[in-house]
Design a protein around this ligand. Structure first.
Ligand code: GZL
Length: 325
């Protein structure tokens, strides 16, 4: 029985591989060469992104894959161009981290028409038809926002209000920016001590994080109690601005951010950052497994999320040597 089942499975895989786009002879399931993967990355805007790119490239360097990698420099039009190029080259699978949530329906319909399956990684899309992508692997950004606010509520135990918060948001329109803000507000809206007095995008970069924090400090003076930054890079840029304004980051202004990159642990060790919510960029191995399954026509979950934690100043020194990114 197992013998017959084995053959049946192989035949299905071969048939499905034939429908999965790309050159059938290339399909690994068909016993052909490597799986050709077109990967469009957001850019190289942060420590998180650099670690994510390293993880993806290492995992897809395996001989069973042939990786075509493109860096969009945080521009949606560059990602759409890259996806169209992958379709024209008839890759076997497209994988990408969409810089923003909307504007993907047309190009994803073109990939579907070419029978090329699409795997979303890191960031999600907002499309009219979720059959336009095979699966998503990444973090629960709403939960990350909740965890940042829960740390702040805990750290404000016994403190009277108002706790005046400034918010450095991520890239406008991106899933992490939209969802982290949503999760953070979900928690603090229930406690009238907390008030977000200023909110602006720093586009996930250190440079913009510093510039926007300078503007916040100019406008609010010493009336800022807390900075909530959607990623560590913007928090690290803001720390420079706070110090240049003659204030102590981590005490005059408490700071909570998200990602858990090495720079955040070094800032916590120096007492300049209070907490970081982990957002794991090391998705490469799980992404490779999903691409292999999708290419073989195997059933995959629509959404795969990764486990993550929260780290505070007290843990920073001990945890630093264990950090993988
Ligand atoms: C989150 C990722 C975000 C990081 C930033 O999964 O998309 O983009 O939080 C990165 O550091 O720029």
């Amino acid at each position: 029985m197992r013998q017959v089942l084995g053959v049946a499975t192989l035949l299905c895989a071969v048939v499905l591989a034939g429908c999965s786009g790309g050159d059938d002879a290339q399909g690994a399931a068909a016993g052909g060469g490597a799986i050709t993967v077109g990967f469009s990355q957001v850019g190289a805007e942060s420590e998180w992104r650099t670690a994510n790119t390293r993880s993806v490239k290492e995992a897809l360097a395996a001989p069973e894959f042939n990786l075509k990698f493109s860096d969009a420099q945080q521009k949606q039009e560059n990602q759409i161009k890259a996806l169209r190029s992958f379709i024209a080259q008839r890759v076997d699978v497209i994988a990408f981290s969409p810089v923003v949530e909307t504007g993907w329906d047309t190009v994803l319909r073109e990939a579907k028409a070419a029978n090329i399956p699409v795997v979303l990684t890191d960031r999600a899309v907002n499309v009219s038809d979720d059959s336009l992508y095979a699966t998503f692997i990444g973090s629960d950004f709403v939960e990350e926002g909740r965890r940042a606010a829960q740390w702040l509520v805990g750290d404000s135990e016994g403190k009277a209000g108002p706790v005046r918060i400034v918010e450095l948001q991520g890239t406008v329109g991106s899933a992490p920016a939209n969802d982290r803000m949503k999760g953070f507000k979900e928690v603090i809206d229930g406690d009238d001590r907390f008030r977000i007095v200023r909110s602006q995008s720093g586009d996930f970069t250190r440079a913009r994080g510093k510039e926007v924090m300078e503007a916040f400090l100019k406008a609010e003076g010493r009336n800022i109690d807390v900075l909530f930054a959607h990623n560590d890079d913007m928090a690290i840029g803001a720390i420079q601005a706070i110090e240049e304004a003659g204030l102590k980051p981590g005490s005059d202004i408490r700071i909570v951010s998200i990602d858990g990159v090495r720079g955040a642990f070094e800032a916590m060790k120096a007492g300049k950052l209070n907490a970081t919510v982990e957002c794991n960029p090391l998705l490469g191995p799980q992404l490779a497994d999903l691409i292999r399954d999708v290419h073989a026509g195997n059933e995959v979950p629509k959404r795969v999320t990764v486990d993550e934690g929260v780290f505070t100043q007290e843990q920073a020194e001990a945890e630093l040597p264990n950090r993988g990114y």
